[in-house]
Design a protein around this ligand. Structure first.
Ligand code: NAP
Ligand code: L37
Length: 284
């Protein structure tokens, strides 16, 4: 039987509708959530993601403040802007779209964001809170994946979960969220031996590598839930995931498409974090 599609497009629309209601009543009480989005340089993919984030803010009623800085911006200038936004009461959340140009130290910039406004949950304080199971903000992409798994109705507890990729923004925090839901988690990376064999053990498979169609249907356990985080732009402009959708959908029970899967959920979770930040800053 063919896999059911886990639509991030549909699920994110529901999440955003709920947030819109919530922001409506916050506004009635004089609380206006605001998101500052900083983009440095003109990476075309980042440009698309930032535009999608601004659009989501508009839909929900969150104020967005965009800072589109040139590729030549110095680290000092960027740090100064972050500091200014830390002090600005209109700004509930600060997001610095990664990757940054090579001459800017990403770690330094992330450290400069006040943890209470770190809606990406990249600051070490927030990473630590996730690690001990007491998060203020959930990391956007992994949290979006968790909501998609919940939508499938499959309970993570006791399941074999395999995460391919160990980046600080996806793979590592994803593993922590699956663990918090009592999954038995295996993390794979570029040095993993027999990747296909490990993937075939998974009841729940999350792939976040950045290699077009790396994982084929033959590496998927029949009935597995497959979450494809990859966003790869091919030369023909087509966007494909890290999973070969055509073969995977013949084997999996549920699978996310690319686009329309994890991407829109990432944005919905960012909106959720921004609303939460506004509430926390207003003593709610
Ligand atoms: P990243 O920082 O480049 O990390 C990639 C990870 O994959 C690394 O841990 C790397 O291992 C591992 N890897 C590379 N080649 C491998 C191979 N052949 N076999 C097994 N593991 C391999 O990437 P990222 O930021 O996590 O992003 C991953 C993908 O997700 C990209 O396509 C990105 O565009 C996409 N993404 C999507 C969203 C969304 O919302 N949909 C959000 C963020 C990212 P090592 O650690 O050993 O190098
Ligand atoms: N803050 N966010 C921050 N820093 C980073 O380093 N990578 C990254 C990050 N991630 C991010 O913004 N991811 C992301 C990925 C996909 C979308 C949005 C954000 C998205 O909108 N995807 C859509 C449309 C894709 C397209 O048309 O190209 C989708 O349907 O998947």
């Amino acid at each position: 039987m063919e896999a059911k599609i886990l639509s991030g497009k549909d699920l994110s629309a529901k999440v955003k509708e709920q947030l819109k209601q919530e922001v409506g009543s916050m506004r009635e009480n004089g609380i206006i959530p605001g998101l500052a989005v900083i983009i440095v340089g003109d990476d075309p993919a980042s440009r698309i993601y930032v535009n999608n984030k601004k659009k989501a803010c508009r839909e929900i009623g969150i104020e967005s403040y965009e800072y589109a800085l040139s590729e030549e911006t110095s680290e000092a200038e960027l740090l100064e802007l972050v500091e200014k936004l830390n002090q600005d009461n209109k700004v509930s959340g600060i997001l610095v779209q990664l990757p940054l140009p090579r001459h800017i130290n990403e770690e330094k910039v992330i450290l400069a964001i006040c943890p209470e406004k770190d809606v990406d949950a990249f600051h070490p304080v927030n990473v630590g809170k996730i690690m001990i199971g007491k998060p203020d903000f959930l990391p956007c992409t992994p949290a979006g994946v968790m909501e998609l798994i919940e939508e499938s109705g499959v309970d993570v507890a006791g399941k074999e979960c395999v995460v391919v990729g160990r980046s600080n923004i996806v793979g590592k925090p994803q593993s922590m969220l699956l663990l918090a839901k009592h999954g038995t988690v295996t993390i794979c990376h570029s040095k993993t031996k027999n990747l296909d064999e490990v993937c075939r053990r998974a009841d729940i498979l999350v792939v976040a590598v950045g290699k077009p169609e790396l994982v084929k249907g033959s590496s998927i356990k029949p009935g597995a839930v497959v979450l494809d985080v990859g966003m790869n732009r091919l030369e023909n402009k087509k966007v494909v995931g890290d999973v070969e959708f055509s073969s995977a959908k013949e084997v999996a029970s549920y699978i996310t498409p690319v686009p329309g899967g994890v991407g829109p959920m990432t944005i919905a979770m960012l909106m959720k974090n921004t609303v939460k930040a506004a509430k926390l800053q207003n003593g709610k």
